[in-house]
Ligand binder design. Structure first.
Ligand code: 15L
Length: 270
């Protein structure tokens, strides 16, 4: 049976979410081209693999050759030093878009993060059109990447879907995740919808499951057919029993970004 795409590039393919994508997208393209800075393990017949530092443009450029779309999940996944964020997330994402432009790739699906808007107060429900309010250097790098995608759309017509992921883990790990949780199956679904939507231009959506507690108005995600199937509510009793309530005035309880908003400046730990 023929597959909808010839070749999809997945960056960060050895990471937590990259591994989900590797399994979920196998029937969507004849070839999955995988890359990560660490070992990718054994490759299946439909996989190509390259170990690559995304900050190295000479290595990144050939990865985009003969690729229909890129799912860019690589980079530094949490707060870190500015030096590492600069290389992995800012330089790395620039290299991905530039490689996409030079090889005529149609669309980039980017795993952005709620930390791009982490300093909104939890009393506010926001949609995807609000101004950035990063809660960390990591969050700032996500803002850069979202704007970079906008620039590449406006100037070069390369489409992007920026998925502002809440908390994508096997199950919700604390009280905040009762609102921010994204199941692995729903993550796979929103990426699939992002790949197959006929036209996305430059779009920002929230990567979140169907949780009763809700911080984000996700109408844009509905517009590409995303209908989350899972809910943090199924784990609610367990989470409430294992995690005492936080003081609601503490920054880590008060803001969308949780502990990222409450933490000090990472560089001070050096
Ligand atoms: C993220 O962006 C991180 O990659 C992930 O590890 C979690 O910390 C998540 O945000 C979250 O906000 O729960």
């Amino acid at each position: 049976m023929s597959k909808p795409f010839k070749r999809i590039l997945i960056t960060g393919a050895a990471g937590r979410l990259g591994r989900v994508l590797r399994a979920a997208l196998k029937d969507h393209a004849e070839i999955l081209r995988l890359t990560d800075i660490t070992d990718l393990g054994e490759l299946a017949a439909h996989e190509e693999g390259t170990i690559c530092d995304l900050a190295d443009f000479d290595k990144v450029l050939p990865l985009a050759k003969d690729v229909d779309m890129i799912v860019h999940a690589g980079g530094v996944p949490v707060e870190n030093t500015f030096e590492l964020i600069l290389k992995g997330n800012i330089q790395g994402t620039y290299n991905i878009y530039e490689a996409a432009r030079q090889h005529g790739v149609k669309r980039v699906i980017y795993t952005s993060s709620n930390h791009a808007i982490g300093f909104y107060d939890r009393t506010e429900t926001i949609d995807a059109s609000v101004a950035h309010r990063p809660d960390s250097l990591y969050g700032l790098s996500k803002c850069f990447a979202e704007d970079l995608g906008r620039y590449y759309w406006d100037k070069f017509g390369i489409e992007s879907v920026n998925i502002r992921i809440g908390s994508s883990f096997e199950e919700p790990l604390d009280r905040r995740m009762l609102a921010t949780w994204l199941s692995f199956d729903d993550f796979a679904q929103i990426v699939e919808r992002s790949l197959h939507a006929p036209r996305v231009a430059h779009m920002i959506v929230y990567g979140v499951s169907n949780n009763r507690e809700c911080l984000w108005d996700n109408r844009m995600a509905s517009s590409i057919g995303y209908v989350p199937k899972d809910s943090a509510d199924d784990y609610r009793e367990k989470v409430l029993a294992n995690h005492p309530p936080l003081n609601p005035n503490e920054p880590s309880a008060r803001y969308h970004g949780g502990a990222f908003a409450g933490a000090g400046h990472f560089e001070d730990k050096k």
